[in-house]
Design a protein around this ligand. Structure first.
Ligand SMILES: N[C@@H](CCC[C@H](N)C(=O)O)C(=O)O
Length: 278
């Protein structure tokens, strides 16, 4: 029996990699179990996040974009995937300015440049950080500037929950797996470890909820810069060095967080979804 093959794009932003599947012409049976097996590095295609594109009911938006972690859980935001989607759709629509819908609302993106090898530099307006304890969310009222955890991280939501620890030594990042599931985070959290190297520069590692350490976390970089500025540790515009390269994050006067960095097409392929358990 032959099954239909489903087309996918494999893209990455600074090594944070994605499988992108287009469901605009019809949805596929993408259960959390199937997503987790497709995301597997040995038996699947392999990715840090799985991304679906479907029709948006908002006529300002080109598509509705959903982000899934490799454990099958859904995330409200993914910065690096947002740059990749903007690059892909910009090419499809022959435009550099795009708006797309996510669970965190409408995001605007601008493709700043392209090369001949599937690469682009993209700015995405990631929206406004939310710093109320209920929005992060936290399990109980707490000052989101200094959570009652050893190291007193600052917390906020960029559409997904983030806590940023400011550290001298990045080996503290080994606390990430335990902190992701600390009872203070009822939806778990992405845990960033930031070393401030200059007022406009930081080094960041993020233990991602549902994914583990990745080479880059765009929403984590946005959270880290906002949290550094809130704590008076950094400027509102910083270069963030992650394991996979660099992004520039600017928290503007209108409270929006602008993230600029690369988006790269790695390859395209087809997959028989039925071959993966659901
Ligand atoms: N890699 C991401 C964030 C992906 C989602 C995150 N793991 C979550 O569960 O919130 C990024 O670039 O922002």
């Amino acid at each position: 029996m032959s099954h239909m093959k489903t087309f996918f794009h494999k893209m990455h932003g600074l090594g944070n990699d994605f499988v992108i599947i287009d469901e605009r012409s019809g949805s596929f049976d993408l259960t959390p179990t199937r997503i987790a097996s497709l995301a597997g590095r040995r038996r699947g295609i392999g990715c840090d996040q799985f991304v679906t594109l479907s029709a948006s009911s908002d006529d300002k938006a080109a598509v509705f974009v959903r982000f899934f972690n490799p454990d099958g859980s859904e995330a409200g935001a993914c910065g690096n995937a947002s740059r990749c989607v903007a690059s892909l759709l910009g090419q499809e629509r022959d435009t550099d300015s795009l708006t797309f819908e996510t669970r965190n609302g409408l995001l605007k993106a601008e493709v700043l440049s392209r090369d001949a090898l599937g690469g682009a530099v993209v700015t995405v307006d990631m929206g406004c950080p939310q710093t109320d304890w209920q929005a992060v969310p936290l399990a109980k009222p707490a000052d989101t500037l200094r959570l009652p955890l050893a190291g007193e991280p600052a917390a906020l939501s960029m559409g997904n929950p983030h806590a940023t620890f400011f550290v001298e030594d990045l080996s503290e990042a080994e606390r990430g797996p335990t902190l992701e599931v600390d009872p203070i985070f009822p939806d778990r959290a992405n845990i960033g470890f930031a070393r401030i190297d200059a007022p406009d520069r930081m080094r960041l590692r993020v233990w991602e909820r549902g994914a583990g350490f990745t080479l880059a976390c765009g929403s984590g970089a946005c959270a880290a810069v906002v949290n550094a500025a809130r704590r008076g540790l950094g400027e509102r515009r910083m270069t963030v060095e992650v394991d996979g390269g660099e992004m520039v994050i600017a928290w503007d006067a209108n409270d929006h967080v602008l993230m600029t960095g690369p988006a790269q097409l790695a390859f395209e392929g087809t997959v028989d979804l039925e071959a993966y358990p659901k």
